[in-house]
Ligand binder design. Structure first.
Ligand code: PLP
Length: 229
C-alpha cells in the first residue's frame, strides 16, 4: 500500500471514530510518526497532505526539519536536557516533559531565544516501569511547578499506553487520562492550558479518540513497519 493510501485510510478511521462518539473530526490532529523513515517517504506523506510529523530523536528532527520547514514537528520521545537547545526554533511542541528539571532546561533555552515552547506533560498512566512519565498522582504538582516558567506553556497531557493485542484493553488508560485532563482543566491554573490530549498510536488510536484524544500519534499504520537495523 502506498503512503498516500495508508494516510487516507487512517484519516478515514479518525473520522469514523469521531462519528461513533459524536465528536467533530476537526478536534483531532493526526501526527504522522516518521521516526527512522527517510525524506522521500516523508515527502510522500507531505504530498498527500500530512503537515504534522512526530519524531522521538532530536537528531532526526535536526536532519528532517530543513526539508519540510512548513510542517510542524512534534518531539514525542524522551528528551535529555542537553539536547533541548536543538529543538528551539524547530519543534512546535514537546510531548514528553516529565520532570521539572527538563522544564527548567526548556525555560532557559527559550528565554535565550525569546520564544515560548508549547509542551505536554507525559503521564505514565499504566505505571509501566519501562516507560517515562510522571504518575497520575504527581501530574498536577508538576504542572503547578511548570506554570511559573514564562517561556514554557503547558498545553495538555500525553501518554504512551502499553502495547496490547486488543485495543480495548487500553480504553481504561485513555479514559483515566481524560479524567485527569478534565480535572486539571477545571482548576484554572494560571499560564496552563488544557486543550491537547495526545494519546493513541497505530494499534489503539480509534479507542483513544473515542475516549477524548485530540492528537493521535500514528507511525506504522501510515509508513509501514520500522526497520531498526
Ligand atoms: C513510535 C511512537 C509512536 C507511533 O507508534 P506506531 O505504533 O508505529 O503508530 C507514537 N508515540 C510515540 C511516543 C512513539 O515513540
Amino acid at each position: 500500500m502506498s503512503v498516500e493510501t495508508a494516510l487516507k485510510e487512517v484519516e478515514q478511521r479518525i473520522v469514523a471514530a469521531c462519528q461513533r462518539v459524536g465528536r467533530n473530526p476537526d478536534e483531532v490532529t493526526l501526527i504522522a510518526v516518521s521516526k527512522t523513515k527517510p525524506i522521500p517517504v516523508l515527502q510522500e506523506a507531505y504530498d498527500a497532505g500530512a503537515r504534522c510529523f512526530g519524531e522521538n530523536k532530536v537528531q532526526e528532527i535536526i536532519d528532517k526539519y530543513p526539508h519540510f520547514p512548513e510542517a510542524s514537528w512534534h518531539m514525542i520521545g524522551h528528551l535529555q536536557t542537553n539536547k533541548v537547545k536543538y529543538l528551539v526554533g524547530r519543534a512546535s511542541m514537546i510531548h514528553s516533559v516529565d520532570s521539572f528539571h527538563l522544564a527548567q532546561a526548556i525555560e532557559k533555552e527559550c528565554a535565550k531565544a525569546d520564544c515560548v515552547m508549547p509542551v505536554l506533560v507525559q503521564v505514565n498512566v499504566a505505571e509501566e516501569e519501562s516507560k517515562f512519565g510522571v504518575s497520575v498522582d504527581e501530574t498536577e504538582a508538576l504542572i503547578r511547578q511548570i506554570a511559573v516558567l514564562p517561556h514554557v506553556k503547558v498545553q495538555g497531557l500525553m501518554t504512551i499506553a502499553p502495547f496490547v493485542e486488543n485495543a480495548e484493553e487500553n480504553r481504561g488508560i485513555f479514559s483515566n487520562l481524560y479524567k485527569l485532563f478534565l480535572d486539571i482543566s477545571q482548576k484554572n491554573i494560571d499560564n496552563i492550558a488544557m486543550n491537547v490530549l495526545s494519546m493513541g498510536m497505530s494499534g489503539d488510536f480509534e479507542v483513544a479518540i473515542e475516549e477524548g484524544a485530540t492528537m493521535v500519534r500514528v507511525g506504522t499504520s501510515i509508513f509501514g513497519a520500522r526497520d531498526y537495523r
